[in-house]
Write a protein that binds this ligand. Structure first.
Ligand code: GAL
Length: 375
């Protein structure tokens, strides 16, 4: 009897352990995650959407993924549908960080935690923020210009620069612009960098919806107004790749000077990497969105488990990439800091793209030397 009970105890224990892991999985399987992405028209969001979906599904969650075509009303609608579908957690990359108040209130009322993904949402219902260090994205662009033109040793030489920034509705856009401008401002003040158009404030240089065509047309106007007399353009500081693409097109079609304009970007979009190989764009700031998805998954798990969330998540998760826990830099309203997990962006040029993008498995390279996002 004693023996038997020992055996049955062992069997029961094995069964219990089995049941536990099965039920833990079943619990995750029963949980639904709503992923709201802004648009498919900008390349990176397609990668974000699929990485996030893959990660969450592989971990046993059910996933609802929407793209809102850069239309704020549609994003509100998409999120409302997810709330009524009973999602347990929302991951939202906002089209307009100021336009989601009502639907964020609804999520809060329904007790649904929200992770602001990549772009902050200005609402205190946001539980956590996962992004890259956005200000550093800009400083990397600015510093690239300083280093490449060796501005510290420029002597009497002067260089002409024009700025193209991002979408004013996107909270990140000012961080990118300010990061770059803060690095370059001393050289503008010293007269080493000159802005022939005089356009240096964010609102003037911003590009609604990060639209390539809009960026192209604005640069065409600048070229016609300030460079048609043969004035040399040396630098086009662009906050991201979709705007850099438009600016590059404008330079190729409407600029009479030589085509050695230093052009910056961000994201590692396929067309821009091609331009970098061809020498038409100088650099891009690469953000490994696959890792951003990993952080988001581990954070979501911790939230749904009711774990305490602080920097210990970084160690506990054992990520093999840099990420910091920041409780000061981002506020959803004045004085209300949003705990943030911030990954580290990196500069990619023609010289290091194989090491940074191909050797790491993010992209493959074809025989012509062009890179393609790994499937
Ligand atoms: C930003 C994002 C960038 C870039 C841009 C345009 O919010 O951080 O990586 O993609 O939007 O979509």
């Amino acid at each position: 009897m004693k023996k038997l009970s020992k055996i049955s105890l062992a069997v029961a224990t094995v069964a219990a352990v089995g049941a536990l892991s099965t039920s833990a999985l079943a619990e995750e399987a029963g949980q639904k995650i709503g992923l709201s992405m802004p648009t498919q028209s900008l390349e990176r969001w397609n990668r974000d959407g699929s990485y996030l979906q893959e990660q969450f599904e592989a971990a046993g969650y059910e996933v609802e993924l929407t793209y809102s075509d850069n239309e704020v009303d549609q994003q509100v609608n998409d999120i409302q549908n997810m709330i009524s579908d009973g999602v347990n957690l929302l991951v939202v990359a906002a089209i307009d960080g100021e336009a989601l108040n009502t639907v964020m209130d609804e999520a809060a009322e329904a007790g649904i935690p929200v992770i602001a993904y990549d772009r902050l949402i200005m609402h205190d219902g946001v539980s956590y923020y996962v992004s890259f260090d956005n200000y550093t994205v800009g400083t990397l662009q600015g510093q690239y210009v300083v280093d490449t033109l060796d501005l510290d040793n420029a002597g009497d030489a002067t260089y002409n620069i024009e700025f193209t920034a991002g979408d004013p509705a996107d909270n990140n856009a000012t961080y990118f612009f300010n990061g770059a401008y803060d690095v370059l401002a001393p050289y503008i003040e010293a007269g080493t960098l000159v802005v022939p158009s005089g356009q240096t404030d964010f609102d003037t240089v911003a590009t609604p919806a990060w639209d390539t065509q809009t960026a192209m047309e604005r640069m065409q106007n600048i070229l016609a107004s300030y460079y048609a007399d043969g004035t040399q353009l040396d630098v086009a500081l662009c906050s991201n790749d979709s705007t850099a693409l438009g600016v590059t097109q404008a330079i190729q079609s409407d600029y009479a000077g030589d085509n050695t304009v230093l052009i910056t970007g961000q994201d590692g979009d396929e067309a821009n990497l091609m331009n970098i190989v061809d020498g038409a764009q100088s650099m891009t700031v690469y953000k490994a969105v696959a890792n951003e998805a990993v952080v988001t998954l581990d954070l979501a798990k911790a939230i749904l488990n009711g774990d305490t969330i602080d920097e210990s998540l970084i160690e506990a998760s054992g990520w093999d990439f840099d990420c910091t826990f920041d409780t000061e830099s981002y506020e959803t309203s004045e004085g209300n800091a949003c705990p943030s997990f911030l990954l580290t962006p990196d500069v990619v040029t023609a010289d290091n793209m194989v090491e940074k993008l191909v050797d790491t498995g993010y992209y493959t390279q074809d025989e012509d030397g062009y890179l393609h996002p790994a499937a």
